[in-house]
Write a protein that binds this ligand. Structure first.
Ligand code: FRU
Length: 501
């Protein structure tokens, strides 16, 4: 009886929240709404959660506040797709409804437990009115149809942290190796971020194993959203440390998302690893999560925003989006590559192909005869006969020259720059990163442009830079430029992309 009462209480809360969402949608200003990225139907979203392919379909959940364009009591929003391109909205999957999650259903993951779609999330409870003190519980919710979820009667399945972490222990990521379930959680001790490892036979009883990895004092005060997976014979810990101090061009964002590569000993629970590396060198990338699909591919979504950055669309009644899905690969020199999943080609509409374009430095720019605010661009520069210092591409250019978003490559130091100082509204700034790895004569800039975002993939995912930009709707031009010498741009391919929403 208790179980049925809890279930109908949750269903009722979800139904009411959905009704408010429908109402709020009507008042939303859609100027900057993205055409092919995952967003909440209205109001606020942050982290991707519960990524899984289940019965053939891709499920993506996300941190959702159905009642305001600002962060608040967290629900889990839900979309699903058969191809990573056409997304269907499902009702809210989780809403705060129990004593152990009354302050929000925080981030977590999903597994297939003998055919049952099982979500593992953090129940957040505020201990004071000012929301400065909290306690966090790990919880389960299950579904047989992949749409409606029931919180597990065994909740919370984990209540006490292994050491004093000021209440901060969250974002369970669960996986199975052999007969055992493993779970990592993000936490802190004093001002050092840590990831802890747990083990279970049934997802309901968890045994503490060890601190899997931790900050040596230079890697942030809190580690959020840990994820552990194997690629190319190595174990990778992906996580989002908060508050690493900038070092030169590195760690320029307020918070980071990056990875450690090494070997995980499940018995001792220790990861032996190399140095921390930021995964995306742009402005807006955080709380990324991965999953393995039925074809054995490791796929990632990130939150395409950053805590505490100004978000101009809040005035429009919404905020937050996910990146495009990215395929992960680990190179032999232990670098994690991110590539757009090939399914995104289904978005392509009109195609333009240009070859051997000569860009003269005295003409300053070459205008590509394609315009758009939702485009895929593949620009291939040949370095072979180039004697200049830099070349690049400008997107979302206005006709009066006042707005542009610049991506450039400097031949001297192999630095790629993403400059959004003239990108319209929002925060400006520059991000720079060295394109290292194999020397090549060809530099490819693969860009995914949407109404208020740009994602740049350089040389097949060796370097990735993501940023939100808020130009005028009419700023849709594309230009190539060079500095210090003429250039021949090997080729440009441009595709207009569909609006799937
Ligand atoms: C990361 C995060 C998580 C937490 C969630 C709350 O962005 O802070 O650690 O579970 O967001 O919305």
């Amino acid at each position: 009886v208790e179980r049925l009462v809890a279930l109908s209480r949750h269903n009722e809360i979800v139904k009411e929240a959905e009704r408010r969402v429908q109402q709020a949608k009507e008042k939303m200003d859609s100027t900057y709404r993205l055409a092919y990225h995952i967003m909440a139907p209205v109001h606020w979203m942050n982290d991707p959660n519960g990524l899984i392919q289940w019965n053939g379909e891709y499920h993506v959940f996300y941190q959702f506040h159905p009642d305001s364009p600002k962060w608040g009591p967290m629900h889990w929003g839900h979309v699903k797709s058969k191809d990573f391109v056409h997304w269907e909205r499902a009702p809210i999957a989780l809403a705060p409804s129990e004593w152990y999650d009354e302050g929000g259903c925080f981030s977590g993951s999903a597994v297939n437990d003998h055919g049952v779609l099982t979500l593992i999330y953090t129940g957040n409870v505020w201990l004071n009115e000012e929301q400065t003190e909290l306690k966090q519980y790990q919880c389960l919710a299950t579904s047989k149809d992949g749409i409606h979820f029931e919180k597990d009667p065994a909740n919370p399945v984990l209540s006490e942290p292994p050491f004093d972490c000021q209440g901060h222990i969250r974002d369970p990521k669960v996986w199975k190796r052999g007969e055992d379930w493993y779970m990592v959680l993000g936490t802190r001790e004093g001002n050092n971020g840590k990831v802890v490892l747990y083990k279970s036979k049934d997802l309901r009883h968890w045994e503490y194993v060890n601190i899997l990895a931790q900050s040596d004092g230079s890697l942030g005060y809190m580690w959020e959203c840990p994820d552990v997976f194997r690629l190319n014979g190595k174990d990778i810990l992906l996580f989002s440390p908060q508050g690493i101090e900038p070092v030169g061009d590195r760690f320029q964002n307020l918070h980071q998302t990056g990875y450690l590569v090494g070997t995980l000993d499940e018995e001792t629970g220790k990861l032996t690893h190399g140095a921390f590396e930021e995964l995306d060198k742009g402005f807006d990338f955080y709380a990324a999560q991965t999953f393995e699909d039925e074809r054995g591919r490791r796929i990632l979504f990130g939150w395409m925003d950053m805590w505490e950055s100004p978000m101009p669309t809040q005035e429009h009644g919404w905020a937050g989006a996910l990146t495009i899905p990215r395929l992960l690969e680990l190179t032999d020199d232990e670098k994690l590559l991110m590539k757009p999943v090939p399914e995104l080609q289904l978005l392509r509409e009109e195609h333009t192909h240009l070859e051997s374009i000569s860009v003269k430095q005295h003409e300053a720019t070459y205008t590509v005869p394609v315009e758009g605010d939702r485009l895929e661009l593949l620009v291939r520069f040949s370095l072979t006969d180039f004697r200049g210092n830099a070349f690049g591409v400008k997107v979302r250019c206005s006709s009066d020259g006042s707005e542009e978003t610049i991506f450039r490559y400097d031949t001297g130091d192999s630095v790629v720059t993403f400059d959004r100082n003239r990108s319209g509204r929002g925060e400006g700034g520059i991000r720079r990163a060295v394109l290292d790895g194999s020397k090549t004569d060809l530099i490819t800039f693969h860009l995914f442009i949407d109404r208020s975002s740009v994602e740049l993939f350089v040389n097949d995912g060796r370097l990735v830079m993501t940023g939100r930009i808020y130009p005028s709707e009419t700023s849709q031009g594309i230009e190539l430029f060079t500095e210090g010498g003429d250039a021949t741009v090997f080729s440009v391919d441009a595709w207009k992309l569909k609006d799937i929403w």
